[in-house]
Write a protein that binds this ligand. Structure first.
Ligand code: PLP
Length: 400
């Protein structure tokens, strides 16, 4: 007997209830459009939470994946593979880093970064230097360590006992950081722009002070570029526009353009604290994921491509300002590149879920970043016409 068709109701029947997805089942995507079982078509301004940097089914990514799928799927990290080495080399050539550790996700890249920072401090100074400083409203993943470093207390509730030695400070408060740092601080972890926290950018003076303080206290600066990286802000990595260099950088999301992969990048010196056997992953750097990521980087790192991201970003923020002015739903548009949030105000304050639901009904996929911010993270190569039409549908949703 044939299996019965899959329905949206089956989601509620079979899945652990961690999510409450929209009332359609998405079945196909092409460029910046996706289609549901219902037959409806949606314009994707969410990009799979800032992941699909080249939209859906980009021909170069499809070709890279298809070619690799016929060569080698998986051998584990007990054996070296060409795609993993090529990806590491590509990341090193394009960034500050000398060494790369490949993972499957952003949370795992951050877990590796935090463990490396602790290990490095322990190697050089002993176990007393173990304090990790991060910022309120930051987000670094859902493993127990990364969620504890993240700055949203609700996400650690009921999961104790939590890892210790973690201090949370207000973001963009250089004095608080100066007061808190000491010889016990082993690392400061921060996002260049807090994504889940509502598109709040590190102020340039704050970012420079963080770097200075880390250097002065022999602490590592860990930049979490899981959401900001891979062209999202208009440069390959956001730090490249900020005039600071991290000791460790994490990247994921956009790196695989929709195929799960992450990476932790660091210097030769810091990397030496991860010897053979200190840390590992069965799937990290899987040949299929690495082959796709290599192609993503080749497309996105092109200066002409990044210049076009910045041009589209201006269109996006300008149009969002116009819609805000016409609807009165928001006065503030913030973010960087093709990664913008509108801060809902007046009667719209706190209603990002309602607006995202109305947007879905109007045929456009959007994201929330807290109750007050609707976030957009479209494909970096979204056609201008799709961007315009998607925003038109968002304006319709507001009118409704
Ligand atoms: N770090 C940042 C800045 C993120 O935005 C996210 C995901 O939203 C993560 C880490 C976690 O990445 P993943 O969900 O791939 O584990």
């Amino acid at each position: 007997m044939a299996n019965p068709p899959i329905t949206r109701a089956d989601f509620d029947r079979y899945m652990v209830p961690t999510y409450a997805p929209a009332p359609d089942v998405l079945v196909r995507g092409s460029g910046s459009r996706v289609w549901g079982q219902s037959g409806r078509e949606y314009i994707d301004l969410a990009g799979g939470i800032a992941v699909n940097v080249l939209g859906h089914a980009h021909p170069r990514l499809v070709d890279a994946l298809a070619a690799q799928s016929e060569r080698l799927w998986h051998v584990s990290n007990a054996y070296a593979t060409e795609p993993a080495i090529a990806l590491a080399r590509s990341l090193v050539e394009r960034t500050f880093a000398d060494r790369v550790f490949l993972t499957n996700s952003g949370g795992e890249a951050n877990e590796a970064a935090l463990k490396l920072a602790r290990r490095h401090a322990s190697d050089r100074h002993g176990e007393g230097k173990h304090e990790i400083i991060s910022f309120t409203r930051s987000f670094h993943g859902r493993t127990l360590f990364t969620v504890s470093v993240g700055g949203t207390p609700a996400y650690t509730e009921g999961f104790g006992p939590l890892p210790g030695g973690i201090t949370h400070l207000p973001f963009n408060d250089a004095d608080a950081l100066g007061d808190a740092m000491s010889e016990r601080t082993c690392a400061v972890m921060m996002e260049p722009v807090q994504g889940e926290g509502g598109l709040v950018a590190a102020e340039p003076s704050f970012a420079h002070r963080v770097r200075e303080l880390c250097t002065a206290h022999d602490a590592l600066l860990v930049l979490d570029e899981v959401q900001s990286g891979v062209g999202r802000t208009g440069s390959l990595y956001a730090y490249q526009d900020m005039g600071i260099t991290p000791d460790i950088l994490t990247t994921a999301k956009g790196l695989g353009g929709g195929f799960p992969i992450g990476a932790m990048l660091t210097t030769d010196e810091v990397a030496q604290s991860f010897a053979v056997g200190t840390h590992g992953s069965t799937f990290g750097g899987n040949p299929m994921a690495a082959a796709v990521a290599l192609e993503v980087l080749a497309v996105v790192a092109d200066p002409a491509f990044l210049a076009d991201v910045r041009r589209k970003a201006d269109l996006l923020s300008e149009r969002l300002r116009q819609i805000g002015a016409a609807s009165g739903a928001w006065a503030e548009v913030r973010g960087r590149g093709l990664w913008q949030g509108v801060v809902l105000s007046g009667p719209w304050a706190g209603r990002s879920t309602d607006l995202a639901t109305a947007a879905f009904e109007a045929g456009v996929l959007t994201l929330k970043a807290g109750a007050d911010v609707l976030r957009l993270a479209p494909a970096l190569d979204i056609p201008d016409g799709d961007l315009d039409e998607g925003l038109g549908r968002l304006a319709d949703a507001l009118r409704r």
